[in-house]
Design a protein around this ligand. Structure first.
Ligand code: DTR
Ligand code: CA
Ligand code: ZN
Ligand code: ZN
Length: 316
């Protein structure tokens, strides 16, 4: 019995040594020295929806909206900022004035990575004054927030530097994002290797549109959807209509996703995506009914996962 015991003891000791070696030096003889970069984690859509519920409560407690210059906007920003601060981000609030009212951008940097190669993902956090703006644009803001939190949970250390942004006063004409870009030095602007925009990504009668701008970013999103077996179309409604526009004008590579607003879904689109033809992608666009019931969970889930996929893919 002693011999048997010692043999099994030796075997398990060797396993322990091997594991310890792997943990410390990263590889042992014969192990693959460089492993594929970690794949993006799944983004739990329940977490994204929890943020939407919070944003709706914030609107309800502040006059029914999250519009620029109203208390609901700053309360929304404080909610997002608190989550990011707790997750280890370096956050900054950038103030600006528009229409005689103070506006705010929230910028969150994930410590580490090459700050000469900055990958940015952003969305506008403001709503119109008619309602809580859950699809437009709680959906983008919550997906970007949850992706940032997933980076923290994963302890992800990408080669490039990650920066996330929530813009103010988009509905007044891309005011916050334009203010940010205009106040970047040319040196800092040149360091941004790409800007990913997410504005309306959970529309109730969704289409799956990919911005047709930077080819590499566009391919990243199309590869993701191809992996799901979901067809995509080029986004044709948005040139200049969301926060990627100031970045594009400044020569920064841009891309993004969109599930549609007031345009009508065609029969052909309904045939490939489901939903209702002859009905707009979001019947509550800029209306008081843009609430948490104005969201298609499948679209929100797929697009939240697409945000994470692209952030990991473009920053590793
Ligand atoms: N202007 C955005 C909604 C919007 C309309 N078309 C597009 C295309 C691409 C992104 C966004 C949009 C808003 O109302 O916030
Ligand atoms: Ca998911
Ligand atoms: Zn809008
Ligand atoms: Zn929007």
């Amino acid at each position: 019995p002693t011999m048997k015991l010692s043999v099994s003891w030796r075997a398990s000791a060797a396993a322990v040594v091997a594991a310890a070696t792997l943990l410390t030096s990263g590889s042992i003889a014969g192990a693959a020295p460089d492993v594929e970069a970690a794949a993006a984690p799944d983004i739990p859509v329940a977490n994204v929806k929890a943020h939407l519920t919070q944003l709706q409560s914030i609107a309800k407690a502040n006059g029914g909206n999250r519009a620029h210059g109203r208390p609901g906007y700053k309360a929304s920003l404080d909610y997002v900022k608190a989550k990011l601060d707790a997750a280890g981000y370096t956050t900054a609030i950038q103030q600006f004035t528009s229409g005689g009212r103070t506006g705010y951008n929230l910028i969150a940097d994930w410590p580490g990575g090459d700050t000469n190669q900055v990958v940015m993902a952003g969305s506008h956090l403001d709503s119109v004054s008619s309602g809580p703006g859950i699809n437009d644009n709680g959906s983008g803001s919550s997906a970007v927030l949850e992706t940032a939190l997933a980076v923290s949970r994963a302890g992800y250390q990408p080669t490039k530097h990650l920066r996330f942004a929530w813009w103010g006063a988009e509905e007044l004409g891309l005011v916050g994002s334009r203010y940010y870009v205009n106040n970047l030095s040319s040196a800092n602007r040149a360091k941004i290797s790409g800007y990913l925009n997410f504005d309306m990504i959970g529309s109730p009668n969704p289409g799956y549109f990919v911005y047709d701008d930077d080819p590499a970013i566009e391919k990243t999103f199309k590869d993701y959807y191809a992996g799901l077996g979901v067809a995509t179309e080029i986004e044709t409604e948005g040139d200049g209509r969301s926060d990627h526009a100031p970045f594009k004008s400044a020569g920064v590579p841009v891309g993004g996703l969109f599930t549609g607003a007031s345009r009508t879904k065609t029969a052909a689109q309904a045939a490939k995506w489901g939903g209702t033809s002859g009905q707009s992608f979001d019947r509550c666009y800029h209306s008081s009914c843009d609430t948490t019931s104005n969201i298609n969970d499948t679209a929100l889930d797929r697009n939240s996962d697409a945000v994470a996929y692209a952030v990991w893919e473009l920053s590793e």
